[in-house]
Design a protein around this ligand. Structure first.
Ligand code: SF4
Length: 206
C-alpha cells in the first residue's frame, strides 16, 4: 500500500453558502481511501485522506464535479464566505470569488482564515477571523486579528475602510504576504498583528 496524503475540499463560493450536491458527496466518498478519515473542519473545508500516488487524478475528478481542491495544513484557507442572501450583486459574489481565487492555498506560518460578509450583519462572523472583509454598500472594510479560540477570544480590529472592489484583493494579498515574510515560525496571525501594530500593517497593505 502506498503513502496517504490529506487534501482540503470545498464547494464553490456561491449563493446559498457551503452547499454540496449529493453527487459531490458521493464523489468524496469514492475517492477517499477505504479506511480514510474524512474530517469536517470548522472553516468550511472537508479534509480527505487519499492515496498520494493518485493525487493528481483525484483532484481532477473532484474539480470536474464542481468542487474546489486546496492543500491542507499551514496555508491560507479558502474564503469563509456568507450565504449572499442579499443577492449576488448587492452582497458582492463576484468580488468574493475573485478574492478566493487569489488568497486560497498560500503557504503561511500558521493556518490563516479569511472571512467575507456581504453586509454589516456579518453572519459569516468576519470579526472572528484572522482577516475579515465586510461589504458596506459599495465599498469594503477590512478587519484583522480576530481569534475565537481559548477563554479570551478577540474581535478583529478595523484596519481599513472604504476600499473599492479593485483595491480589496491587492490589499488582502499584501497582508498575507507581509505575514508570510515577517511572522515568526508558527506565529498565529492574531499574535502577529499584536506584535507588528495596526499602523505598520496599514503601511504594508497600502
Ligand atoms: S452577511 Fe449579509 S448578505 Fe451575507 S448572508 Fe449574512 S445577512 Fe446575507
Amino acid at each position: 500500500m502506498g503513502d496517504h496524503t490529506r487534501i482540503a475540499v470545498a464547494p464553490a463560493v456561491q449563493l446559498g453558502g457551503s452547499l454540496f450536491t449529493p453527487e459531490q458527496l458521493m464523489k468524496i466518498g469514492r475517492v477517499a481511501e477505504p479506511d480514510a478519515m474524512i474530517e469536517m473542519t470548522n472553516f468550511r473545508q472537508i479534509y480527505i485522506e487519499i492515496a498520494e500516488n493518485d493525487m493528481r487524478t483525484i483532484e481532477e475528478e473532484l474539480q470536474q464535479s464542481g468542487l474546489e481542491v486546496y492543500p491542507a495544513g499551514f496555508v491560507s484557507k479558502s474564503l469563509i464566505a456568507c450565504q449572499f442572501c442579499r443577492g449576488a450583486e448587492e452582497a458582492g459574489l463576484d468580488t468574493a470569488r475573485a478574492l478566493n481565487e487569489v488568497i486560497a492555498g498560500i503557504e503561511t506560518p500558521a493556518p490563516l482564515k479569511i472571512g467575507y460578509a456581504g453586509c454589516a450583519l456579518g453572519t459569516s462572523e468576519p470579526l472572528l477571523k484572522d482577516i475579515g472583509v465586510v461589504k458596506m454598500r459599495d465599498t469594503f472594510d477590512i478587519y484583522v486579528g480576530g481569534d475565537p479560540k481559548g477563554i479570551k477570544p478577540k474581535f478583529a480590529s478595523k484596519l481599513m475602510t472604504g476600499l473599492s472592489a479593485n483595491q480589496l484583493i491587492p490589499v488582502v494579498s499584501a497582508l498575507i504576504y507581509f505575514y508570510k515574510e515577517h511572522a515568526k515560525p508558527k506565529e498565529k496571525f492574531s499574535k502577529f498583528v499584536d506584535r507588528i501594530s495596526l499602523e505598520e500593517l496599514r503601511q504594508a497593505a497600502a
